[in-house]
Design a protein around this ligand. Structure first.
Ligand code: ADP
Ligand code: ADP
Ligand code: MG
Length: 454
């Protein structure tokens, strides 16, 4: 049993993890940058260690400082949350070497799946359907041209080390190929320190459906249904729901995708919580896109419909326990929706809006959950992600969940900074959303702020 867990993250996910530890009777250590001295995670953990100045590279990405904090406080495990070092194989390996349990998969699995081009190859070899494209990375423009001609335009150029929707470029015709490939490479280098790219056929108007899995150290893998993350802006998720609307998802498709997800996890020797992201086309054919080897932002909607606390499961699995849940025990009850609440200005191209929260009202009530780390008087620093919280609702069915989300968003008040609360409210009132009739391209087609088709 862990005595003490260090949380190598900040914001709402750090708070989420501290709470799970507390329920299990585990002591917690927060790490914080100088900009986060007054952050909630810093204040509510049992202990807190400053690991450096505001920029992530000097603090939340500073492996040496984090490992030292572990040693100083005697923590026996590290939970990396999402983003930052959560998908960094060398960090996981360093933890292993220092005798600290990394709460996540083995370093080798992170490595295997973190190279997205390579991961696709592995899946293909093991019978998991993948999107047509390059076999591994593409290195030169000639190879790219002939492959694109073969696949047919449009194609996507994607960063092998990508994440968070970055390093992805669409190419509509051959004349754009070289420029877009260069752009993708540059963005990939800047964001991930690796300019390797691969090519995929662009799937027109698909849905992003991902499967949550849990795997223990002994080869048992289960799936916990899907999350529909098709509501995206610039390849980034805006709102998620579980299950996917019934007009689209059938029990049969769910089972097929669930089994494929478990296969994907097994062939990588995967352990802990993970998510397999698929694209599903108009014919209901699904294709492996990538596996995220960590807890995800949108994990609460799965928790709400399954009643399973995913972060507690992560801790128990990392402690070496057998999965206590069998596949046949997993039942999806009702419907959950999550809206990401960001400090940003939708009227100004969603520009981040850091600053001090002067006034705050967070809705509550039956079936409403808010995962956040902000409070009245809190100053949102400009250095990190603009997501300041997640509003999650759970209703007996989709209609009830939408109704709850509507009043919860209407009650939500944040003053002092701009947020996307009104944008989210307009979005969930759209008839297309209410009908469950939307795909990944919906937010490209529709201007939510103007409430009309473009
Ligand atoms: P999710 O499916 O959990 O929403 P995202 O891809 O949106 O996954 O990423 C979750 C968080 O991690 C976001 O804050 C995002 O900015 C960050 N993130 C994702 N990939 C990377 C990466 N390779 N490097 C740094 N941050 C990342
Ligand atoms: P990241 O690692 O940044 O999360 P993903 O590979 O998961 O990147 O892709 C992010 C999003 O980009 C997907 O959810 C989807 O909307 C879009 N996308 C990715 N690949 C394709 C494709 N081949 N065709 C159409 N859309 C795609
Ligand atoms: Mg993804």
């Amino acid at each position: 049993m862990f005595k003490k867990v260090l949380i190598a993250n900040r914001g709402e996910i750090a708070v989420r993890i501290i709470r799970a530890c507390r329920e299990l009777g585990i002591q917690t250590v927060a790490v914080y940058s100088t900009a986060d001295k007054n952050a909630l995670h810093t204040m509510i953990a049992d202990e807190a260690v400053c690991i450096g100045p505001a920029p992530s590279k000097d603090s939340y990405l500073n492996m040496r400082a984090i490992i030292s904090a572990c040693e100083i406080t005697g923590a026996d495990a590290i939970h990396p949350g999402f983003g930052f070092l959560s998908e960094n194989a060398s960090f996981a390996r360093t933890c292993e070497k220092c005798g600290i349990t990394f709460i996540g998969p083995r370093a080798t699995s992170i490595e295997m799946l973190g190279d997205k081009a390579q991961a696709k190859e592995t899946m293909k070899e093991n019978g998991v359907p993948v999107i047509m494209g390059s076999d591994g990375a593409i290195s030169n423009i000639h190879a790219a041209k002939s492959l694109a001609a073969q696949l047919g335009y449009p194609v996507l150029i994607k960063a092998s080390a990508g994440g968070g929707g970055r390093g992805i470029r669409i190419v509509n015709e051959e004349s754009e190929l070289e420029k877009q490939m260069t752009a993708a490479r540059q963005e990939a280098l800047a964001c991930f320190g690796n300019d390797e790219v691969y090519m995929e056929k662009f799937i027109v108007d698909p849905k992003h459906i991902e499967i949550q899995i849990l795997a223990d150290n002994y080869g048992d893998v289960i799936y916990l249904g899907e999350r529909d993350c098709s509501m995206q802006r610039r390849n980034q998720k805006v709102l998620e729901e579980a299950p996917s609307p019934a007009s689209f998802m059938t029990p049969r498709l769910r089972e097929k995708m669930g089994k494929a997800a478990c296969t994907a996890a097994r062939v990588c020797g995967y352990r802990n919580a993970g998510t397999i992201e698929f694209l599903v086309d108009k014919n209901g054919d699904f294709y492996f896109m990538e596996m995220n080897t960590r807890i995800q932002v949108e994990h609460p909607i799965t928790e709400q419909v399954t009643g399973i606390d995913l972060v507690k499961q992560q801790l128990l699995i990392a402690q070496g326990e057998h999965l206590s849940i069998k596949q046949e025990d997993v039942k999806i009850t009702g419907h959950a929706i999550e809206c990401r609440i960001n400090a940003e200005n939708p009227e100004q191209g969603f520009r981040p809006s850091p600053g001090t929260i002067r006034s705050l009202f967070i809705p509550g009530g039956f079936g409403v959950r808010v995962d956040t780390a902000v409070y009245q008087g809190y100053e949102i620093p400009p250095y990190y992600d603009s997501m300041i919280g997640k509003l999650i609702v759970h209703g007996k069915d989709r209609q009830e969940a939408i109704a709850k989300m509507t009043w919860a968003l209407s009650e939500f008040i944040v003053e002092g900074v701009n947020t996307n609360v009104d944008f989210q409210l307009k979005l969930i009132r759209r008839p297309e959303f209410i009908e469950g009739n939307y795909d990944n391209a919906f937010l490209n087609r529709v201007d939510i702020l103007k409430q009309r088709e473009e």
